[in-house]
Structures are given as C-alpha cells and as structure tokens.
Design a binder for this molecule. Structure first.
Ligand SMILES: Cc1ncc(COP(=O)(O)O)c(C=O)c1O
Length: 396
C-alpha cells in the first residue's frame, strides 16, 4: 500500500507518546510467529462469558423493530430507570437520570469525551501518576496538559492530594480518580472522596471518578461512590462500566452519572460526533443492573478464587505477594535489578506468559508489572509457578 502526503495524522496525534500496549502486541506477535503458545494475562479482557439471561434479554430487545432505528442521544427510559434504581439501592443516592445520567458505549469513550468537552489548549488535567491510559491521552488530544498526582506504594497507592502544587491546582479543570484501582487493586473509603470533593470545590474544578471496578471487592465491604459525599454532585461526575462486573466488555456499555452541567457537556460532545448507545445493548444492561444481586456474586467469587489460587501458588514457590482486596489484577514488583521490559520480554519468550509492564500505566508504574486474572484458576496457578521460577533465576 502506498502512503500519500495528504494522509497525515494531526500534529497532536503524531506527538502522543508511544502506546505501551502496542509494543506488547509486537512482542506477542513475534513470539507467536516463532511458534510459541502464550497464556495472555496482559489485557484485562474478561474470559468469563456474559450470563445467558443477559444474552436472552439482548436477543429479545434486538428482535424488536423499535430498537432498529437510531437510539435516543442520551439513553432509553428503561436504562435510565435501571440506573436510578441502582444508584439508590447500591449507594443510597437519589438521581434524576435523564438530567443527571447518560448512556455510554463504555466508560472509556465517555471519559475521553468528557475531558475533550471540558478542556482545551491552556488547560490542564490532574491525572494519577499510575493511570488508565485514556485519562492522559484524552487530555493531550484536547490540546490540554497533564499534571501528575503522586501515587506511591508506601501510601497504599492512595493519591496524595496534598502534594499537588498550588500552580497545578490553579490550572487544572479536571481531577481524575479511580478506585478500586486499575492496575494496583487499591481501594479507598468515603473519607478519600470527601477530601477529593473538597479539593474540587476549593480549586473550582470537576472531580471525575472512574468506578469501573465498583463491584469487584473481595472482603464483603462494598466500594463507595464519590457521589455519596454530601453535595458531591455539585462538582462530581462518575463513570460506571458493565465490562468487568457483567463481562460485557464486547458489548460496549457504561454510563455517566452526577453533576448535570458535566453530563450536559458530555452529551453536547457526543451529540455532535455520534448517536446514542445501541438500544438493544441498553436493554441488556438494564436487565443486568436490575438483576445484579444474582449476577454479580458469582463474578466476585470467581475473581476472588483466582486471586487466592495465584497467591497460594506464589507462596508455595516462596514468594509472598501483596494480595489486593479489589479489582481483577495482581500488581507485583519486578525482581530487583531487572529492567521492566527485559522481565516482560523474558516471561513471554521463555515462559509463554504475557503480563503488562507497569510503565504501560505511566512513569509511576515503573518497577511493577500487572497480571490480569483472566484465565481459570488452574491456568493461573501454572503461570504463577513459571513467573516465580523465573523470578528466582533472574533476581540478582
Ligand atoms: C480503570 C478503567 N476505567 C475504564 C475502563 C474501560 O471501561 P469500558 O470497557 O466500559 O470502556 C477500564 C477498562 O479496562 C478500566 O480499567
């Protein structure tokens, strides 16, 4: 295929830093071309199928011709009703969904669109120094800058909001937080959100809470919502996802909820660039929310059993790992004295196990790697043995 001078990505797109996951794909493809079979614990794409009852509802809705035209821009009434009931029963928060919620084709695009609807050149976004890539990339795509919020192992990966400089706080339009956290598995209590909401008020910015892992907690205590803080909806918008909780990653569905002006900005961006989220998928998601008390516990039990199987396998090999209380990941230190990329590449090339280097989540992730719990316990146990064995041989 030829390239022409006319097809030229914008300056902004070309200047984005390389996407680490693309480099990981290259390493995987190279290993596969040499005949390797890989156990891919890199990307966090759930292997557990969507519940049959959700699929039945999807099929039913898809057969109804009223779902075949363009969907309403913001969301179908049934999905709004389910969001309202969920926010009430799960978090004890009363929301008026048509005004304070919006259907999305996944939290990721919603997060990006929100940043792009609120920020432009001269603005800045406060992003954790260990972060889900879209937070920073959407800021850069909008022409805004990123200021990093310290997020350290010694603080249990809870953001140090006090360490944000006055200057960074003054320039920021948006502050993004994500707990339960990808990739570290850290979680916070309501007290953290109280401080984040107070920070947003004090510095006149929008608090964006990414709650994609809200239901995946393992100690029986549910994760809070930032919107539970008194008056939070004056400054807060929150993003929810069906990808992990209901394994619906491939159906692309989520929602935003919270401050009505932020919802309005997001809706304005979306209306100008696309249509709403497919109607049939919204019906399936509404069904999932309405039946969460039956559908979620088996998911939590599965990820917990996988986490425990891996932790036990590591321990049997003499490595006591930090065991997270939430999410579907293990976040582990790269062996001392070993370069992050050599570690990941050796695991792929020598052991056939794919993990993600921590630097995929920003400079703050250096020295760590992430394992996604997206295979059954037996496969994960085997992988843990291989990883632990490699660690003993590579540790200096
Ligand atoms: C922290 C976080 N937020 C958002 C998402 C994306 O969610 P969705 O699939 O709903 O776009 C992910 C997916 O891995 C994630 O880890």
């Amino acid at each position: 295929m030829t390239t022409t001078a006319k097809v030229k990505q914008t300056e902004v797109l070309r200047r984005l830093p390389p996407y680490v996951f693309a480099e990981l794909d290259r390493l995987k493809a190279a290993a596969r071309s040499r005949g390797a079979t890989l156990v891919d614990l890199g990307i966090g794409s759930p292997d557990i199928p969507v519940a049959p009852t959700i699929i039945d509802e999807l099929a039913r809705a898809a057969r109804d011709p009223s779902a075949h035209g363009y969907p309403p821009f913001r969301g179908v009434p049934r999905f709004f009703d389910a969001i309202g009931a969920y926010m009430q029963s799960r978090f004890d928060i009363a929301v008026d969904p048509p005004r304070e919620a919006l259907a999305l084709s996944g939290a990721k695009e919603g997060l990006a669109q929100l940043v792009m609807s609120l920020c432009g050149p001269g603005d800045s976004v406060l992003v954790p120094e260990i972060y889900y890539p879209v937070y920073a990339r959407s800021a850069w795509l909008s022409g805004a800058e990123v200021s990093w919020i310290p997020m350290r192992a010694r603080d249990g990966f809870v953001l140090d909001l006090d360490a944000i400089s006055e200057e960074d706080a003054r320039r920021a339009r948006v502050l993004i937080v994500n707990y339960p956290n990808n990739p570290t598995g850290a979680r916070v209590e309501l007290e953290f959100y109280e401080r984040a909401v107070a920070f947003a008020r004090q510095h006149d910015l929008v608090l964006v809470s990414d709650l994609a892992y809200s239901e995946l907690t393992f100690d029986g205590s549910p994760a809070p919502s930032a919107l539970q803080v008194e008056g939070a909806s004056e400054v807060t918008i929150e993003f929810h996802s069906f990808s992990k909780t209901f394994s619906m990653a491939g159906l692309r569905i989520g929602f935003a909820v919270g401050n009505s002006d932020a919802i309005e900005a997001l809706a304005a961006y979306r209306t100008n660039t696309g249509y709403g989220t497919p109607t049939a998928v919204q019906h399936a998601a509404a069904f999932a929310l309405d039946n969460r008390l039956e559908l979620v516990p088996p998911k939590v039990a599965a990820y917990k059993a996988r986490r425990d199987a891996m932790a036990a396998a590591f321990e049997a090999e003499g490595w006591r790992i930090p065991v997270p209380d939430a999410s579907m990941y293990l976040w582990l230190p790269v062996p001392e004295g070993v370069d992050d990329w050599s570690w990941v590449q050796t695991l792929i090339d020598e052991d056939g196990v794919v993990v993600t280097p921590g630097v995929a989540f920003g400079a703050g992730g250096k020295g760590f790697f992430r394992i996604s719990l997206v295979r059954d316990a037996k496969t994960l146990t085997e992988a843990a043995k291989l990883i632990a064995g490699r660690r003993s041989r590579m540790t200096i």
